[in-house]
Design a protein around this ligand. Structure first.
Ligand SMILES: [Zn+2]
Length: 113
């Protein structure tokens, strides 16, 4: 049975939260919001679209407030995604599929010239 830390909003399979050491974790329930991933603004838009297409409801939190976004520029903003525990596995699979590709594209074609 998966456990859940409401402080960190993550789900795991051990008795103590691996992120904060919280021992008072509860059993994960289908409706618990779990951390999915963190992306910059551009990828967050892509991911939001794909999650919507797959019918997965999600919650987005910006790393900075609206006022800060104007001052530092939107490029520095990261968006954190949360999904219900029951959707976490499916959503995690989507994230893996979506973002595993950009690791390979970075391999130095530029150096051929
Ligand atoms: Zn925790």
């Amino acid at each position: 049975m998966a456990k859940y830390c409401s402080r960190c909003m993550i789900s795991f399979d051990v008795e103590i939260c691996p992120a904060c050491g919280n021992k008072r974790v509860k059993e994960a329930e289908p409706g618990d919001l779990c951390f999915l991933t963190e992306k910059d603004r551009i990828w967050a838009g892509v991911l939001a679209d794909v999650l919507k297409q797959n019918g997965i409801p999600f919650l987005r939190k910006s790393s900075i407030g609206a006022g800060m976004a104007i001052r530092t520029g939107p490029m520095f903003e990261t968006i954190t995604f949360y999904v219900c525990h029951k959707q976490l596995e499916k959503a995690g699979g989507i994230v893996d599929e979506l973002f595993s590709q950009d690791v390979e594209t970075d391999y130095g074609e530029d150096e051929s010239e």
